[in-house]
Design a protein around this ligand. Structure first.
Ligand code: SF4
Length: 241
């Protein structure tokens, strides 16, 4: 089996614990207004890799990753679920820590799909789940999709006792409202599998990619968020947990 891979970062320090070999998968069903990787949305521009080629490349510098491991991100890695599972199975067979960074948007409760997800989760050490907005309609306005499947995936991870970190991008005027932040805190209150919650400040580093792709930048002149404001947002989430 082969995967459609946008790119690889061999020294990732922000996508999971320790230093990580980060694989950016191609394809994403969402269109988040603040996405800084629009170049991963449509498969075809990247490269085709086998799982064994990716793991072999990682193992060449194995000592880098002694406190880290491999992270699948994107794009949306779950769009290539079977390839992702093969990659993580091979990683675990080589004693490598595995982390999935996902929006969870493709999750659904069809029994056949759940069997495939279970196989993936059996070889996944950590899921970093992006919860974009707690309100269904605001989520749809922000990403083009509702949030039901994403919240259901969070609950499924809890049921399966898979370690989870939640990431929430704080965008001025979109996701920084007190009620929105409080709702996220209330939702996460009972998650005994939650290892960490991160409030990530919105930034505009992806703007140039939109220009290169000839796509108008959706958030116009929305200002970047300061680290201090992101900390204040995180405090509101935690107050409600
Ligand atoms: S889910 Fe991630 S990759 Fe997909 S549009 Fe949103 S931010 Fe971009």
């Amino acid at each position: 089996m082969t995967g459609q891979i946008h790119s690889i970062e061999t020294f990732g320090t922000v996508d999971g614990p320790g230093v990580r070999f980060v694989v950016f998968f191609e394809g994403c069903p969402m269109r988040c207004l603040y996405c800084h990787n629009p170049d991963t949305w449509v498969p075809g521009a990247g490269e085709t890799h086998t799982a064994s080629a990716l793991i072999a490349r990682m193992l060449r510098n194995r000592s880098f990753y002694s406190t880290g491991g491999i992270t699948a991100t994107g794009g949306e890695p779950l769009m290539q679920l079977d390839f992702l599972t093969e990659l993580f199975e091979l990683a675990k067979a080589n004693g490598i820590n595995t982390c999935l960074d996902t929006s969870g948007a493709t999750f659904h409760d069809d029994p056949q799909y759940l069997a495939r997800i279970d196989r993936l989760l059996a070889v996944t050490d950590l899921v970093m789940l992006d919860i974009k907005h707690m309100d269904e309609e605001s989520h749809r306005a922000l990403t083009g999709h509702g949030n039901k499947h994403i919240l259901a995936f969070a609950k499924y991870l809890r049921e399966k006792k898979v370690k989870m970190r939640v990431r929430h991008v704080i965008v001025p005027g979109y996701t920084d409202g007190r009620e929105e932040l409080a709702a996220l805190g209330r939702f996460l209150k009972d998650f005994d599998n939650l290892e960490k919650i991160e409030a990530l400040p919105y930034h505009t580093l992806g703007k140039a990619k939109y220009e290169n792709l000839g796509i108008p930048y959706p958030l116009g002149d929305t200002p970047q968020l300061t680290a201090k404001d992101a900390e204040a947002a995180l405090a509101v989430i935690k107050e409600n947990m």
